[in-house]
Write a protein that binds this ligand. Structure first.
Ligand code: DAH
Length: 345
């Protein structure tokens, strides 16, 4: 073997291959090929046996020198590649705790809840307190104590969901917030001025103005010497406070078993401004709820003397208020939870 030329070629090859190597693993492969037990240099080493002692020694030194050179070349390349690989790994694992990302979609309070809060504020400003009652009610609270005995035809005004609980048809999803009037009168002595907001349920087919789950706010005032004028004034004050002076309210004679006299409470349709549209069934008015003077039968159900006490009550839809004030043509969007709609409200 003419060791010198071959060995110089090996060093050159090492330099070229190391330059081309893209990873620490690739360098390791070159090392195996050139310096390993079955590698090029080992083959040269094995051939030393056939040389004269003198020639063997100098050839052996050259091989050692070559090995050292190649090791140096590979080591230099390895350290460059290892540094780059480490930098890349650190960049991948980087976790910047101070990083601030754009918050694209921030949640917000649902329009119905917001409306409820605003209505409560209006009434609290008028001196009312806020009370709540259960959504699952007994027949007695939802109907009977409100002057609707079993089989009373007025019960047909509410398409009721009955629960399979207790005796048949004794437990309901409340169809209105009026039963909270009864609960409050049982708990508290008059005089009282209260509003009672909450969720109600009716077996209605959904349309532009009805959803089977909706919200009402009930009002109850019981004191001495309360008149229908107090009721009308309260409704008027609330309407202008909430909808603004351009929206008019009207009371029309109606029938509710728990008030006498009773009225239906309507406001100008805000969508068509009274001209008539799909939302108001072309009438220009939208019914918000009912009202009236507390019927003596209701006082009797809770053991209050109707000679001493008088009062008025009202109840209307919170969703309907939201619909009117924010001019939402179809109330179904309030429960569909389409974020494209909710983001606009
Ligand atoms: N509870 C009635 C309903 O949901 C509305 C109502 C009418 C409430 C007259 C009242 C009232 O307090 O006095 O249809």
């Amino acid at each position: 073997m003419t060791a010198g030329g071959d060995l110089a070629a090996l060093v050159t090859r090492a330099v070229q291959e190391a330059d081309a190597a893209g990873s620490v693993d690739a360098v390791r492969q070159i090392e195996t090929d050139l310096l390993g037990k079955r590698g090029e240099l080992a083959r040269a080493q094995r051939s030393l046996g056939s040389l004269e002692p003198e020639a063997r020694r100098s050839a052996g030194q050259e091989i050692q020198l070559t090995r050292a050179r190649i090791e140096e070349v590979l080591e230099r390349r390895r350290s460059v590649l290892a540094g780059a690989e480490r930098a890349e790994r650190l960049a991948g694992e980087r976790l910047d705790l101070t990083e601030i990302l754009d918050v694209q979609y921030r949640g917000r309070v649902h329009i119905v809840q917001r409306t409820r809060d605003e209505l409560e504020d209006v009434f609290v400003g008028m001196g009312f307190f806020v009370a709540e009652g259960p959504e699952i009610e007994t027949d007695w609270y939802n109907f009977e104590a409100l002057n609707m005995p079993i089989a009373h035809p007025a019960r047909g005004m509410w398409d009721t969901f009955y629960l399979e609980l207790g005796d048949p048809e004794t437990v309901v999803l409340r169809t209105h917030t009026s039963p909270v009037q009864i609960r409050l009168l049982q708990q508290q002595e008059p005089p009282l001025y209260a509003v009672m907001p909450g969720r109600c349920y009716r077996h209605d087919t959904p349309d532009a103005r009805h959803t089977p789950i909706f919200h009402q706010i009930e009002g109850l005032v019981v004191d001495r010497g309360i008149s229908f004028a107090d009721l009308a004034g309260t409704i008027e004050t609330f309407t202008t406070a909430y909808f603004g002076p351009d929206i008019h309210a009207r009371l029309r004679p109606a029938y509710f078993p728990f008030t006498e006299p009773s009225a239906e409470y309507e406001i100008t349709c805000t969508i068509c401004k009274g001209a008539g549209c799909r939302t108001c069934s072309q009438t220009g008015w939208v019914e918000l709820g009912g009202a009236g003077m507390v019927d003596p039968a209701v006082f009797a159900a809770v053991g209050l003397d109707a000679e001493e006490w008088s009062g008025f009550a009202f109840g209307f839809g919170i969703d309907r208020c939201a619909q009117m004030r924010h001019e939402i043509p179809d109330m179904r969007v309030l429960i569909e939870n389409d974020v494209r709609v909710l983001r606009q409200l």
